[in-house]
Design a protein around this ligand. Structure first.
Ligand SMILES: C[S@@+](CC[C@H](N)C(=O)[O-])C[C@H]1O[C@@H](n2cnc3c(N)ncnc32)[C@H](O)[C@@H]1O
Length: 188
């Protein structure tokens, strides 16, 4: 993440938006079960909210510094933070009851990597586990925010077919101004 982006994802206004708008919208009616996998926690504002909702949370963050800081901050909690790549995770098949990706898909460098992550999330979810997430739409503001950073926006119209290809069913995609969210069930 570039510096502006990093500041934004650690900020109090973002915390409030996550708590009041984004998490309630994305997770409405989603059965998380007891073992949630979070992809791309960044500074961990999403992790703070998610870990209050489940018994066990595992967060996978690719950035070494962010992963180390979050692991340190959550040292004495039930949450575990793994420094790793969401497109190739060190977990056995069918490990988790649910998975969540908040505003991280656009950080994967190209649609092929995003599709690889969808397949990987499907692999580590138990049968019937739900994958839920959200991301920003392609816009001038998002492109500016990602100067000198990876930005691979998702076309929400194509998402259902991509998730189906990865093995998900019961897929729904919802829109808000500037943002979409999705929910999909892993069928095995
Ligand atoms: C914009 S931040 C979102 C942080 C947080 N989820 C939120 O909504 O506030 C995206 C995060 O995804 C991480 N990320 C990008 N590619 C990843 C990958 N392949 N595996 C795991 N994390 C990744 C980035 O390092 C960054 O911390």
């Amino acid at each position: 993440m570039n510096l502006v982006h990093h500041w934004l994802c650690s900020s109090t206004p973002w915390r409030h938006v996550l708590k009041r708008e984004i998490l309630p919208w994305v997770l409405a009616g989603v059965p998380l079960g007891e073992d949630l996998l979070e992809l791309g926690p960044g500074p961990g504002l999403t992790t703070d909210l998610l870990r209050a909702m489940v018994s066990h949370l595992t967060a996978v963050e690719i950035d070494f510094g962010l992963a180390s800081r979050l692991a340190g901050r959550l040292r004495n909690t039930d949450a575990r933070v793994i420094q790793g790549d969401a497109t190739a995770m060190p977990f056995a098949e069918s490990t988790f009851t649910s998975a969540a990706a908040f505003t991280m898909l656009h950080h994967l460098d190209g649609p092929a990597l995003q599709d690889r992550m969808f397949r990987e999330v499907h692999r580590v979810l138990r049968p019937g586990g739900t994958f839920a997430g959200t991301d920003g739409l392609n816009s001038r503001a998002m492109r500016l925010l990602h100067i000198a950073d990876v930005f691979t926006p998702i076309d929400p119209a194509a998402l259902q077919a991509r998730l189906e290809e990865a093995g998900f069913r019961e897929i729904s995609v919802d829109m808000k101004p500037g943002r979409f969210c999705f929910r999909a069930v892993a069928v095995k």
